[in-house]
Design a protein around this ligand. Structure first.
Ligand code: FPP
Length: 245
């Protein structure tokens, strides 16, 4: 289970997960092609991850492309792949400077080989870094991730436990998300981190992702900080646990 740290009286989540929804609508409402929304979204994503890092968050997982998104018109998917081809290396350089590890969570075999190479290169260059973890979910689906994990256990002839199953997920090595944010008005998980988000605090913003600023992220963190996380226990039990610490 994750442990939030306290900074200036605010409880900082150790792991934040973000469903970056609303890029297309952001662009369309400005009479721009949808791809402009994804480009703006890419820049916003970098800004928000850097801000999280500065605030003391240890891990961010961003939902960049679901397995379902792969069924979008070829032009849009190619546009997203081009963003990876042209800007992911620079993103990796930036985070490597912060001693951050970059990991791709999802089924890389579903991506074109040159895109896969760019992603694997970033993973390889940063695999020894421990200050911060950036998980980029690409060609990701929560159910598919669970099915894969169960099949891995079956192949090993292992009976799974909750902890054992966690270790077989793409996100192995980082705590479950404390705070899960979705922008873009919708209020659903859309197959994101289904197992890992069992006790995550959920935060929904009506803002489209390119409009979601560091200030908005602060509001989400403040809201998280004010919530009482009981993990299924009673208030009295949680107070007692605090006193015993
Ligand atoms: C959902 O908004 C967003 C996506 C499918 C792509 C998210 C991608 C980025 C923020 C930047 C790209 C990042 C990488 C690493 C490639 P939507 O397009 O469904 O918006 P809509 O609901 O308004 O149509």
């Amino acid at each position: 289970m994750a442990h939030s740290k306290i900074s200036e009286g605010i409880k900082i989540p150790e792991h934040i997960a973000v469903i970056m929804d609303g890029n297309g609508r952001w662009a369309q409402s400005r009479m721009m092609p949808r791809m402009m929304g994804h480009k703006q979204g890419f820049s916003r994503m970098i800004e928000l991850i850097e801000y999280s890092f500065k605030r003391g968050v240890k891990c961010v997982t961003v939902y960049a492309l679901s397995t379902e998104n792969l069924k979008r018109p070829k032009e849009e998917i190619e546009g997203l792949f081009n963003l990876i081809r042209t800007r992911f290396g620079e993103l990796a350089d930036r985070f490597i400077k912060h001693n951050s590890r970059i990991r791709v969570v999802g089924d890389l075999s579903l991506l074109p080989s040159d895109v896969r190479e760019v992603l694997l290169d970033a993973e390889k260059r940063s695999e020894h870094l421990t200050e911060f973890t950036l998980n980029v979910a690409l060609a990701y689906g929560g159910r598919a991730e669970l099915v894969r994990a169960v099949n891995l256990a079956v192949e090993k002839g292992e009976k799974v436990t909750e902890e054992g199953l966690s270790k077989l997920l793409y996100t192995d090595g980082v705590p479950d998300p404390d705070l899960l944010i979705r922008t873009g008005k919708e209020k659903r998980l859309s197959n994101f981190l289904l197992y890992q988000s069992a006790y995550s605090e959920l935060y929904f913003s009506d803002k489209m992702f390119p409009d979601f600023t560091a200030k908005d992220l602060d509001l989400a963190i403040e809201e998280y900080s004010s919530r009482v996380r009981r993990f299924g226990k009673t208030d009295e039990q949680k107070t007692q646990e605090k006193q015993e610490r």
